[in-house]
Design a protein around this ligand. Sequence first.
Ligand code: NAD
Length: 344
Amino acid sequence: MSDLRAAICGLTPIAARRPATTFFGRVPISHAAGYAAHPGCRMVAVADFREDLITAFREAWGDTWPAVAGYTSVDHLLAEAQPSLLSVCTPDNRHAEVVTAAAGAGVRGILCETPLATTVADADRMLAAVKAAGAHLVVNHARRFDPLFHLVRDALRLGEIGSLRHLRCYHSGPRAMLFRNGVHAIDVLCFLADSPVVELTGRLEAGFEHWDTYRGDGGHDPASEPTATASLVFANGVTASYDGVRTRDRALWFDLIGSDGVIRLFERHAELVSQGTTRTLVARPYDAVGLAAAVFELADLVQNGGDSVSGAANARHVVEILEGILRSSHQGARPLALPLEDII
Ligand SMILES: NC(=O)c1ccc[n+]([C@@H]2O[C@H](COP(=O)([O-])OP(=O)(O)OC[C@H]3O[C@@H](n4cnc5c(N)ncnc54)[C@H](O)[C@@H]3O)[C@@H](O)[C@H]2O)c1
């Protein structure tokens, strides 16, 4: 097994958390846990502005990786540690600078947190840098690494509910913020529709009428960012609605309406209703799921080439949909065509 030098930039829990051991082993709920699950990856360096997070990382993972170099500058990390793989877990508005620096420094595989960027223009700069360097960029759209969502998409592709007509996503909770969390729901709609969005309308939550820019520098105060509702039209004729609703309790599910049946997709199982019978769909776990699956895919892409199930072009399209919802809302929920015009 080869030795891939890995590094992480940004050391909050999504990057660094060490999961507790359970009867089912360690569930990889952080980037570090994902790398720890891969026998060919070795963590060589981490970076964060906060030295206390570097110290905490070394304490948490010292038995797995006894010699991890710590940096308060990602440029120094890239120059000295020369990793092959880098996880980018900085705030959303700081993904672009780190991804472009990593590509320029010769990192071969980059695993970036969601959303890919706060604007389409930034996403384009990132894609150009990655392409010019011949690197691979995988984006942690988590459900693309979840076997249940593949099982359901396979059922669609097999025509188990006839031809897909409409998708509906219900997304509620105190943190149902469009960019920070809704990004995953919008991505699932794209994954299931299997086609790009060509038209949309959007409306931001009441009280956010003048909110015209996603700053992406926090997400810690849900009251600072809106939820939204949106209608999407995909190139293959499938339509979708996204209902983001601010409520006390979190809920997320998808209705997939086909010509001959319906699937209701929850986060752990799905129900398929067709010809008067209801069938429960439960996926068999993969050997690696979640962030471990993302790391396995990244390592495989770097070693063998290929396309990611959660690649840069798709993640850029999701950013374009989010930016489109914002623009449409500002114009009184006017229908907008995609690709968006005036990307600068
Ligand atoms: N996929 C998911 O389910 C999921 C869950 C949580 C967070 N996220 C994403 O993960 C990312 C991090 O989220 P967060 O809330 O933990 O962010 P945060 O703002 O709390 O912290 C990020 C860390 O990055 C560090 N940092 C910022 N810029 C840096 C730079 N240039 N060099 C070195 N360190 C730098 C900061 O010091 C901070 O410790 C965001 O993109 C967020 O949207 C995704």
